[in-house]
Write a protein that binds this ligand. Sequence first.
Ligand code: SF4
Length: 448
Amino acid sequence: MPPDKAGIIPRLDPSTGSPVNPTPAVNTLRPSACPGLLRIVQALDGGICRVKLAGGSITAAQASAVADAAQAYAGGVIEATNRANLQIRGIGADQEALIATLLAAGLGPRNAGGDDVRNLMLSPSAGIDPQMLFDTRPLADQILATLQSHPRFHELSAKFAVQLDGGEALAMLEHHHDLWLSAFVRDGQTLLAFGLAGCPGLNAPLGAVPLEQGHALVVAVLEAFLDLASPAQTRMRHLPVESVLGRLNLPLLPTDGFKRPPSGALLHLGTYPQEQKNQFYVAAIAPLGRLDSTMLKGAAQLANEYGDGTLRFTPWQGVLLPYVEKPHAVSQRLAQLGFLCSIEQPLARMIACTGSSGCGKALADTKADAVQLAALHPGHDVHLSGCPRSCAAAHTAPVTLLAVSPGHYDLYFRDPAQPGFGRLHAHNLSIEATGALLRARPRSNTDD
Ligand code: SF4
């Protein structure tokens, strides 16, 4: 059920279907081209509904509800996004029933105006990672509650994003965020370094605060941004850093001692021990970010059977099951469901945007081409993009194929000295030619 005229989202009791605990909304929905849970956006293959997950986490029951909704009201295609959310594609005419099903499962925002701003990325191993410096989840809950309940923050763009990094070994450190916070320890004290319009893996921090002031820092930065930004300036990168820093009304500490260790290269794929004794997490990738209702329901069932009844989606467009004692069985069953569990599977190294089967801007069928390229065993991490918007990758991949016509791409190699996709290496390559070129190229040449 969508918000009523007062912007109130009725929450439905799953057993009776009656509204319960309606939450007053403090803002009405803003016009935006981005899908949300309450705003289904049309694409070539039907409507898209984006379900934003707090820290990528979802209960098994909620995951089953998403799977049921995708089956009943859409074409059954579910996407794991690179911001650790889920989206349902191919939604037909009964959009209200789909939204009602998701709200009844408790997947909606606290109020209508708060849906778009739930963009806070955590490590998928928050609270369970042996290398973490602190459990980010309580602070994340506090920040998310403020983002949703503070009416002024609903003015932020639906793309405005914040990252909270607790120093976990498993962390996406290359996705640009409007504001990032990253933990480090100095003289025995845990501090949060922060930066604007960048990421902890690539950019130097601008200052630091004690952990206890993390929430106050986020509020101060967002208020400074909104004070300074014109309506056309929707992202932090549109403002001079100094102007935002100059407006912060809290003391900043120096950042000496901050150096974010790199994330473990393959920790988003496979089985790894948790901080908690005798507990493991099992992580897998949804092929090209897509899963169907059977896969999602199957993963939810595994979380109930072998884990703690929760799943976490990852920025690698995959899923992680925490608190597993028998990881081998879980890994086998995930593979049987169609998830990719090993880097030896070439498709685990491909990402591709929606492509021409679902997006009017695409110049090629990127997903089908990625499958064809994977079969050629190119031996590199490759991103196929149907146009320069790069929806599938929030970072620069070692190899990018940018579509120029059906089945043909310009090929770029990542180069820190070059903006965008990197250095243009070849024009208008077929998939066969791309496969041959990449196979002949040593991996170290593209994994800078
Ligand atoms: S990158 Fe371009 S072609 Fe691909 S989904 Fe985004 S807008 Fe469409």
